[in-house]
Design a protein around this ligand. Structure first.
Ligand SMILES: *Cc1c(COP(=O)(O)O)cnc(C)c1O
Ligand SMILES: [Zn+2]
Length: 498
């Protein structure tokens, strides 16, 4: 809709101008740093950073009702830069000029209500938010859109001629980083570092297809992360892991969308998120906190973090009653491979934000549950047999909700929103392993016969030499072959003649 057709009182707010100032702030020593340099850890104490606004009073001038109107009307506005995560421009990065924003079709992913059969399995109403419908087929695009928009802005301002962007990845970060970097091909090149054999073929094909330099090394994600941290500390590279706090900002859009899609009533909602490097759960909590502080929502939803038994350092941390010590774990093979992380980079952020979240809510609102590999796989297959497109981590969300309901963290009056973090097709290899019963013992997964599904090979009688593998009947026998095939299929499907 054209600007002049919007109500007069809302028009001046719809296309925002950059304003204010942002700084990096260290979580540990609280020192602040200029955002004109690319920083990932505090130069003074090595702590992790978050981005802070120096102009909160600007946002205070707009009341909650006005904010809701701005976002709701912006939904109808045809402006490329404001179509994705930057519908919430003022709450993400209001210093980036709109012409520097990179939009590749990310965000505003659908909420799909679980059908009755699935609802009965968990005991509460729930929706999947399908973040697998982002351009690189995972939620990582939300953060990457923000990080690359900022780099694009900085490059123009500081006249960068070339920049190498690098990340370690369990698969999806690299797919996303390579995609967004390839869009800015004129000055940015990307390199991704993957744990050899620990990403799916689809995930490996993504950065290759985007033209990135793909590096694979032995080890698990945590090892790759240490290597890129060393590189970012010692060389002139842009780090695109979620240690990069611009990524966290972009991922907050997930929460803003949920708030908006439920007409800003989220007090009776529970958001279920799988935890790997813990950037996502940090962003989800941070997003709701920001909307709460601006009165846009009047209650905070519950947050349920989910971890696999094979990679559960965050779950273990919250199991302890008093000790504040975080202990990394050694991960074991997990079908939730994108979350197979033993030493989450954002753990210090999580520890701080969880405390703040519970304090502001006035009660415990954040819970972490643990699920088995078997439960993750059974859940993934089950939900997809009910019209969804969940990846293994989406299955983990479903298994996590079940657990949270069993433990009383989520009650029947509440509605859950499950983060379906990537598209099923990225992780179909685990579905294949399930259907073919060839998980190696380290996964601890045995397929349930009622959930298995394999192709039925049709072999019409009298054509035994056609053993498959592309061998075709001869032209003259084609007619007979077709009718025999139809007969065979009718027999397999037990069809009744009319
Ligand atoms: C990255 C990722 C996760 C884990 O998110 P963190 O921010 O690392 O906690 C979960 N699922 C998918 C599909 C991912 O790509
Ligand atoms: Zn510091």
């Amino acid at each position: 809709m054209k600007l002049e057709r919007f109500p007069k009182n809302i028009r001046p707010y719809l296309v925002p101008e950059p304003y204010g100032r942002m700084v990096y702030r260290c979580l540990k020593c609280e020192h602040e740093f200029n955002i004109e340099t690319l920083l990932y850890t505090c130069p003074d104490c090595g702590g992790v950073l978050l981005l802070n606004y120096k102009n909160k009073q600007h946002n205070k001038k707009i009341d909650a009702k006005k904010w809701r109107d701005i976002f709701d009307y912006r939904k109808m506005l045809n402006h490329q830069a404001l179509r994705g995560i930057f519908r919430y421009y003022e709450f993400i990065a209001p210093i980036i000029p709109l012409e520097r924003i990179v939009y590749l079709g990310e965000a505003h992913t659908p909420l799909v209500k679980g059908n009755n059969r699935l609802k009965q399995k968990v005991g509460v109403d729930f929706y999947f938010k399908n973040d697998g419908l982002n351009p690189s087929a995972s939620f990582k695009d939300r953060g990457m859109a923000c990080a690359l928009s900022y780099i694009n802005h900085l490059a123009a301002k500081e006249n960068y001629k070339s920049l190498l962007a690098i990340c370690a990845s369990t698969g999806d970060t690299s797919a996303s980083a390579a995609l967004y970097a390839s869009y800015l091909e004129n000055f940015i090149k990307s390199a991704v570092l993957l744990p050899e054999g620990k990403v799916t073929p689809q995930q490996l094909s993504q950065p290759l297809g985007s033209g990135a330099t793909v590096l694979e090394m032995p080890g698990v994600f945590d090892d790759c992360m240490k290597v890129v941290e060393l590189l970012a500390d010692n060389y002139n590279v842009a780090l695109l892991n979620s240690k990069n706090s611009w990524r966290i900002l972009g991922q907050e859009s997930f929460s803003y969308e949920i708030a908006q899609d439920f007409d800003y009533e989220v007090g009776d909602k529970a958001i279920v998120v799988p935890i790997g490097n813990a950037g996502n759960i940090t962003a989800v909590m941070s997003g709701f906190l920001k909307f709460y502080e601006a009165d846009i929502i009047d209650r905070l939803p519950k947050i349920i973090g989910v971890q696999s038994e094979h990679a559960d350092p965050v779950y273990r941390y919250y199991l302890q009653e008093n000790s504040e010590v975080f202990k990394p774990v050694s991960v074991r093979s997990s079908v939730a491979q994108a979350a197979m992380i033993g030493n989450p980079v954002s753990m210090p952020r999580v520890i701080q934000i969880v405390k703040k979240y519970n304090k502001i809510a006035g009660e415990k609102r954040v819970f972490v549950v643990q699920v088995k590999e078997q439960e993750i796989m059974d859940s993934m297959i089950t939900v997809n047999r009910n019209g969804n497109i969940a990846c293994t981590q989406g299955g983990e969300s479903f298994a996590g909700l079940k657990k949270a309901v069993n433990q009383g963290y989520v009650v029947p009056e509440e509605t859950a929103i499950l983060d379906s973090t990537a598209h099923v097709l990225k992780f179909s290899i685990f579905q294949d392993m399930y259907f073919n019963d060839n998980f190696t013992p380290d996964f601890d997964v045995k397929p349930k016969s009622e959930l298995k599904n394999t192709p039925v090979h049709v072999r019409p009688e009298g054509f035994s030499r056609l053993s498959g593998n592309g061998s075709l009947p001869e032209k003259k026998e084609m007619g007979l072959f077709i009718s025999k095939a139809a007969e065979k299929i009718a027999e397999i499907l037990d069809l009744k003649k009319r």
